[in-house]
Design a protein around this ligand. Structure first.
Ligand code: NAP
Length: 426
């Protein structure tokens, strides 16, 4: 019998036999979930000599939930996730009818999973479109509840949009064309600061050397620009002993030339381990970059970035762009995390044309499980999976998506890929 994970004194308390709910997912969901479970269970068994074991509890969402429970998102699924704190899911089809914009977005909003966390690093042997994919090793914290994803919009031609346009044009001095659709982009202090706090805490815990706030604040000053300002404010208010801003760092570097005075008294001289701009005495450098420039930076200077925090829409784009750089969505893991509750998930969709063919790459879900194991503090099992996965790919035992980018490699099935990974843990 498993036991529930609990929160005590602000920390997760994980028993040796935690109950973890899982949602199989639609389309290719069952194929990749079965494969990933083989890998997760074997890693935990080997890493802890059978002393730890996950007690899996199936919960339902999507097509299977509709068949069994008459709803694509039953209330009991939300309750089970809240109650067990940590859960994992396969991809879900969003039904065309049924009143949901997206099941995934609904789950994130309802469970207040405000940070979408996406690590992007390269595994040796994975084909990549860039020359040095290993230079990119970032963890992206994308805000998950606000911005244009808040779902506040009015369709062109409706009475509602007319009211909104009338109000804005008459009361607020705008000149929106009468035949527009209108959407709203809210970005709050609360939403920004809790996200940036999580990103900086992650950088501290994992000893990453920078957190970069990415925004389009040069144009959208009161939303994206405010995201940057509130992010810096939070960094200094809550993490003063751990962080140095890029401006402070430059002041310090300039001050050391013996000509420029220290513009910020009592600054960081004693803390610095060396004169290099990247080594400010072990402090985390808080930087900011404009979003469009950041898309160039991850290609041209990837090693200068470690943790990246950004609002919802730009986060969506940048996380897929970074994933492509290190091998594509088939290998990109993700997790949606709130104060404590965390729902890990494959980042790709249900790929319906491959349903039941035992063909697709289970890498994304498997690595999302690695994130989950790290979240539980079961790092030994997580490391086992990462190194076995890398060995498997280096041995050219890969599914079709990777095989087609390699020369003379015969693809193997989803289930075979999982068994090959498990075999390499021994
Ligand atoms: P998709 O399901 O991600 O599939 C697009 C293509 O990506 C596939 O045809 C395949 O490429 C490749 N692919 C996806 N997963 C793969 C895997 N595990 N291994 C290898 N290749 C993989 O995107 P979509 O077709 O746009 O969306 C289908 C459905 O998924 C929609 O209903 C959408 O709403 C839903 N969706 C759900 C989530 C989620 O639950 N988080 C996310 C995105 C989309 P090739 O054709 O080149 O082989």
């Amino acid at each position: 019998m498993g036991e529930k994970i609990t929160v005590e004194n602000g920390n997760l308390k994980v028993p040796d036999n935690p109950i973890i709910p899982f949602i199989e997912g639609d389309g290719i969901g069952p194929d990749i979930m079965n494969a990933a479970m083989i890998v997760w269970n074997e890693a935990v068994r080997i890493a802890y000599n059978g002393k730890k074991q996950i007690e899996w509890k199936e919960i339902f969402a999507g097509e299977k939930a509709f068949k069994l429970k008459g709803s694509v998102l039953p209330e009991e699924t939300f309750n089970a996730i809240s109650d067990h704190i940590v859960a994992i899911k396969g991809p879900l089809t969003t039904p065309v009818a049924g009143g949901y914009r997206s099941l995934n977005v609904t789950m994130r909003q309802k469970l207040n999973l405000y940070a979408c966390v996406r690590p992007c690093r390269h595994y040796k042997g994975v084909p990549s479109p860039v020359k040095n994919p290993e230079a990119l090793d970032v963890v992206i914290f994308r805000e998950n509840t606000e911005d244009v994803y808040a779902g506040i919009e009015w369709q062109q031609g409706t009475g509602d949009v007319k009211k909104v346009i009338d109000f804005l044009n008459k009361e607020m001095g705008t000149s929106i064309k009468e035949d527009s659709g209108v959407g709203i982009k809210p970005i709050s202090i609360t939403g920004t600061k809790r996200l940036v706090k999580k990103a900086i805490q992650y950088a501290i815990d994992k000893k990453r050397n920078s957190v970069t706030l990415v925004h389009k604040g040069n144009i959208m000053k009161f939303t994206e620009g405010a995201f940057k300002d509130w992010g810096f404010e939070l960094a200094v208010e809550e993490f003063r002993d751990y962080v140095i801003t890029e401006d402070e760092l430059w002041d310090q570097v300039k001050a050391d030339d013996g000509v420029t005075p220290l513009t910020k008294p009592g600054a960081f001289k004693d803390l610095r381990g060396g004169k290099e701009a990247g080594n400010p005495g072990g402090r985390i450098v808080i930087k900011d970059r404009i979003a469009d420039q950041m898309f160039q930076q991850v290609l041209t200077r990837p090693s200068e970035y470690a943790v990246i925090a950004l609002p919802n829409l730009n986060g969506d784009y940048l996380s897929d762009a970074c994933a492509a750089q290190v091998g594509g969505l088939g290998m990109a893991p993700g997790g949606n995390i709130g104060d404590y509750i965390a729902l890990f998930e494959a980042t790709h969709g249900t790929a319906p044309k491959y349903r039941g063919m035992d063909k697709v790459n289970p890498g994304s879900l498997t690595l999302s499980g690695v994130m989950m194991l790290e979240y539980l503090g079961w790092n030994e099992a997580a490391e086992l999976i990462k190194s076995a996965l890398e060995k498997t790919i280096l041995d050219k035992k890969v599914t079709y998506d990777l095989a087609r980018q390699m020369e003379n490699v015969e693809p193997i099935k989803t289930s075979e890929f999982a068994k090959e990974i498990a075999r390499r843990m021994k």
